[in-house]
Design a protein around this ligand. Structure first.
Ligand SMILES: *[C@@H]1O[C@H](CO)[C@@H](O)[C@H](O)[C@H]1NC(C)=O
Ligand SMILES: *[C@@H]1O[C@H](CO)[C@@H](O)[C@H](O)[C@H]1NC(C)=O
Ligand SMILES: *[C@@H]1O[C@H](CO)[C@@H](O)[C@H](O)[C@H]1NC(C)=O
Ligand SMILES: *[C@@H]1O[C@H](CO)[C@@H](O)[C@H](O)[C@H]1NC(C)=O
Ligand SMILES: *[C@@H]1O[C@H](CO)[C@@H](O)[C@H](O)[C@H]1NC(C)=O
Ligand SMILES: *[C@@H]1O[C@H](CO)[C@@H](O)[C@H](O)[C@H]1NC(C)=O
Ligand SMILES: *[C@@H]1O[C@H](CO)[C@@H](O)[C@H](O)[C@H]1NC(C)=O
Ligand SMILES: *[C@@H]1O[C@H](CO)[C@@H](O)[C@H](O)[C@H]1NC(C)=O
Ligand SMILES: *[C@@H]1O[C@H](CO)[C@@H](O)[C@H](O)[C@H]1NC(C)=O
Ligand SMILES: CC(=O)N[C@H]1CO[C@H](CO)[C@@H](O)[C@@H]1O
Ligand SMILES: CC(=O)N[C@H]1CO[C@H](CO)[C@@H](O)[C@@H]1O
Length: 813
């Protein structure tokens, strides 16, 4: 071991990769392994196969830098990835020439070329008469009567396979990283009390640290992965106490595994079996491992231990990317301890504030800036708490205290924190913001970035757009979180006085008049206002713009001028390819005007429904539009500084730019338009429109309302028709969402796309999009996926399971 350890260290730059098998001279033995057989690690790539050939046992070459090293392992042998499901020597890779031998006296021994014992299975009694790799992927040592004396299933690594059972006291430990097989930082423990628990470990030791998932199935006897793909916790007699996963994909048609990944998430993966399609049409599945389900749903917020590093390393923060994959990042001014290892934690990249005041060289607060991270929290690391203070006080308190590395300001409370801070995470549920102290002159980029978002700190909570036609629903908004967090008006003032350092331009009303030639060319109008085409001067060139003049009814008396400015700023802060950009605004007297980039190809409504049904717009373009809108919504919901619920997603609000990229418009207008009507549901009842049903119930409105509207737009994109159509031949086709579910559940999807040739040839995608949209329009908001998940499903990155009838929730009430 000592001989090649240095190679590992040098090799950190190159990833540890599985090398493709060379088929030359390979010994592929099916069936029983008789006593005295052995395999050698080397170029010949020998391995023992299970009778079906689906699993192999032998040495996998893993490239660690320059040296050739080998992992004694079991892998899926019929798929190109040759995914390892078990290994013997994960912490001590062996060099070429090492052997695995089933000795004459029945011992299984992994030895290096010098003959030194590297690994052998413990607890095998005597009396082994042969070994065998079974079709389940279990490598067993069996006695004379075929009784299994030891199996690799008894000593799992990080993966559970179908037909495998865990008994109490079994542990599985994750890999260190996706490319490094050695023991990592997370584990599954099926405890002696019957509880199945996921823990962080005291890495590099393997002791259990913080439990971030527990089945609470005390007294259970075993965990088993059954043939239909369920991972259940049961009594010996089979009575089920709990299910961890319930795959819809059967093991007949799919290879499956449940793995505790190096990021701590336990995922169930499926991979279609190519030659085994009976009933299920496998050609619609990507030929790769697809995540079918995972636990816990948010590991970033799920790990809160006082001791330990959290899901990421110390001083690092975690966020769920695409709703599925935890991602670790460093705060501004900090860098990864090990640049190649994102779970190594973060260290300061500047000199800390010096607490020793030397004569003539005070290292005080004005050398530092506070970088804001909204919705970010580092739950541990507090050393002082100030209550009922303003944010300015909080900032001052941290800047002037040389021990303070960061402060969390939330709801009038200031939590002063010092390094190291663990369990950092970004999540909307956190609220508040963490202010990170960063030295000023040392890092110019820090200051720049900060200037770029000077108004960020004024914005808290959700912004809702009280949409045009549905002003009557504003009533519901009274329960919205932003009400509880009145905006800081100071910022509005700054903006109003022209102290605006973002890219937003401020126009005089006269300029607006001139730009539109006296408001002549109307591009469209809705009940929130009228949009005119205009031309403005931009860096000495003319630029086409769309100028939205908000109706006076929506600009209520007493509506704070500053609020308008603040909200405009929030819209102005958004920056995404799939959103229309706000160029500037006018806020003068009674006039409230917004100036947007001009979108040359009109709205999606015109594009989809404008052709009079003669020729359908291109199928590919339509799918791209769906992806763009979904991405834009992910940004609004989860990625921009202030989360925004659009509330009025419909084809009229989706514009197409010159390259036919879809861009969402009219977002974030919530408080620009205040309505004074009370809620009347009669006008809306009976029609579904694009509105989510919860608008009509007295429940809080969440981003899931946009998911619902998106689902309908998606169906309209697939079918090229409006949700409601009176002039249809068959009555059941009148409401698209009902008809679509009907067609889907009866397996008649082709009816939805009619004579659309391109779509007919792409029915796999049609089915996926329809399934996603049915998920989106579920009556029960909690059943609807997040927009991130929607994007993943649209792209085929995750499975789209069978959606239930969207109306089943309603009828259950
Ligand atoms: C393996 O050996 C056992 C016991 O000798 C025997 O029952 C079984 O049929 C053998 N299997 C194969 C595939 O040879
Ligand atoms: C895997 O990671 C561990 C922990 O960082 C390290 O000690 C080991 O050298 C790595 N192995 C390889 C092959 O890079
Ligand atoms: C597997 O388990 C699930 C739930 O625990 C159960 O519904 C299913 O019937 C089981 N399948 C088999 C083949 O035992
Ligand atoms: C299974 O075993 C549990 C506990 O041992 C017992 O409570 C339960 O009644 C048994 N169920 C059946 C169907 O035998
Ligand atoms: C396909 O499935 C049917 C019923 O499930 C079964 O009778 C038939 O033998 C299967 N065919 C193959 C080739 O597996
Ligand atoms: C499976 O689906 C693909 C794409 O929809 C189709 O081309 C193929 O003919 C189908 N195969 C079977 C056996 O139904
Ligand atoms: C910050 O200062 C330290 C020491 O003065 C220096 O080593 C480092 O390179 C500086 N970092 C940046 C980003 O300028
Ligand atoms: C917001 O941040 C800016 C720039 O850092 C600062 O000038 C302003 O005082 C802050 N506003 C509040 C309310 O803290
Ligand atoms: C809003 O409604 C209230 C009660 O219906 C009414 O008294 C008030 O004048 C209205 N305000 C405006 C600006 O319409
Ligand atoms: C920034 C971003 O996500 N832009 C996306 C907008 O939509 C197009 C089309 O789907 C994507 O290709 C872009 O990535
Ligand atoms: C489909 C469509 O109308 N495409 C147009 C989008 O806009 C560009 C430039 O304005 C035109 O060239 C395309 O024909």
């Amino acid at each position: 071991m000592a001989d090649f350890q240095p190679t590992f260290c040098l090799s950190l730059l190159s990833l540890l990769l599985l090398l493709p098998a060379s088929k030359v001279n390979s010994q592929q033995l099916h069936g029983n392994i008789s006593l005295g057989s052995s395999l050698a690690a080397g170029a010949s790539q020998d391995y023992w196969l299970s009778p079906s050939g689906e699993f192999a046992f032998g040495f996998q070459q893993v490239a660690a830098g320059r040296g050739n090293t080998f992992l004694l392992s079991i892998w899926f042998n019929k798929i190109p990835q040759r995914t390892v499901v078990w290994s013997a020597n994960r912490n001590e890779l062996v060099p070429e020439g090492s052997t695995i031998k089933l000795t004459k006296d029945g011992n299984l021994i992994l030895a290096d070329p010098s003959g030194r014992l590297v690994w052998n299975p413990n607890s095998v009694g005597s009396g082994v008469s042969y070994g065998a790799l079974l079709d389940t992927g279990n490598f067993v040592l069996a006695g004379r009567n075929s009784a299994v004396l030891w199996g690799s299933f008894d000593q799992p690594t990080d993966t559970i396979l179908p037909m495998q059972t865990l008994v109490r006291g079994t542990e599985l430990i994750s890999k260190y990283s996706t490319s490094n097989y050695s023991t990592g930082r997370f584990k599954i423990e099926f405890q002696t009390d019957g509880n199945l628990v996921f823990y962080t470990t005291h890495y590099p030791q393997q002791g259990s640290n913080y439990a971030y998932y527990a089945s609470s199935t005390f007294t259970a006897d075993k965990v088993s992965y059954n043939q239909s793909g369920s991972l259940s916790i049961t009594y010996t007699n089979g009575t089920i106490l709990g299910n961890v996963f319930n795959s819809r994909e059967s093991t007949k048609d799919f290879y499956q595994r449940v793995t505790i990944d190096s990021d701590g998430v336990v995922r169930q993966y499926v991979y279609p079996k190519r030659n085994n399609n009976n009933g299920t049409n496998m050609s619609r599945w990507p030929m790769e491992w697809t995540v079918s389900d995972f636990q816990p749903s948010n590991i970033c917020t799920g790990i809160r231990g006082v001791i330990g590093n959290g899901a990421c390393g110390l001083n690092s923060y975690c966020r769920m990317e695409s709703g599925m994959f935890p991602r670790c990042d460093c705060p501004q001014g900090y860098v990864f301890k090990d640049p190649l290892d994102q779970s190594s934690g973060c260290v300061r990249n500047f000199a800390p504030q010096d607490c020793l005041v030397k004569e003539g060289s005070r290292d005080d607060g004005d050398q530092f800036d506070l970088v804001e991270m909204v919705n970010t929290d580092f739950p541990n690391g507090d050393y002082q708490i100030l209550v009922s203070v303003s944010e300015d006080t909080c900032r001052g308190a941290c800047l002037s205290d040389c021990l303070c590395d960061a402060a969390l300001y939330r709801g009038g409370t200031c939590f002063k924190k010092r390094m190291p801070m663990s369990n950092g995470n970004v999540d909307l549920s956190n609220g508040g913001k963490t202010l990170f102290k960063v030295r000023r002159q040392n890092s110019t980029s820090t200051t720049k970035k900060k200037d770029h978002q000077p108004l960020l700190n004024a914005t808290v909570g959700w912004f809702l757009l009280g949409s045009s036609i549905f002003v009557n629903i504003i009533f519901v908004l009274a329960s919205c979180p932003w009400r509880k967090n009145p905006l800081n008006s100071k910022v509005g003032e700054t903006l109003d006085q022209g102290g605006l350092s973002s890219n937003l331009r401020r126009f005089a009303y006269k300029e607006m008049e001139a730009a539109t030639g006296g408001f002549k060319q109307v591009l469209g109008s809705g009940s929130s206002g009228t949009v005119y085409k205009g031309v403005i001067n931009d860096h000495n060139s003319e630029k086409l713009v769309a100028i939205k003049v908000l109706d006076k009814v929506h600009v209520m008396e007493g509506h704070d001028v500053r609020e308008f400015a603040t909200e405009v700023t929030i819209i102005g802060e958004t920056n995404h390819k799939n959103l229309t950009r706000l160029v500037g605004f006018c806020n003068e007297g009674q006039h409230r005007v917004l100036v947007y980039e001009f979108m040359s190809n009109g709205s999606l409504a015109d594009y989809l429904f404008g052709g009079g049904g003669e020729t359908r717009p291109n199928w590919y373009t339509r799918t791209q539009i769906a992806y763009s809108v979904a991405r834009g919504l992910v940004y609004l919901h989860e990625e921009c500084n202030t989360p925004i619920i659009h509330c009025d997603i419909k084809p009229q609000n989706i514009l197409l730019d010159c390259s036919m990229t879809a861009r969402i418009s009219d977002f974030g207008l919530s408080k620009l338009m205040k309505a004074n009507q009370t809620r009347t549901t009669t006008a809306i009842r009976g029609t579904k429109g694009y509105l989510a049903p919860e608008w009509f119930r007295n429940v809080p409105v969440t981003p899931k309302v946009d998911v619902h509207s998106f689902g309908i737009v998606l169906l309209e994109l697939v079918c090229c028709r409006k949700n409601f159509m009176m002039e249809v031949e068959k009555e059941e086709e009148m409401v698209l969402v009902d008809w679509a579910y009907d067609c889907y559940s009866k397996g008649k999807l082709h009816k939805l796309v009619g004579d659309d040739k391109d779509a007919m040839e792409d029915l796999v995608r049609v089915e996926r999009l329809v399934k996603v949209s049915i998920w989106c329009i579920q009556e029960d908001p909690s059943l609807r996926p997040s927009m991130k998940k929607v994007v993943h499903m649209l792209e085929g990155a995750v499975l789209v399971s069978e959606p239930p009838d969207p109306n089943s929730f309603m009828s259950a009430i």
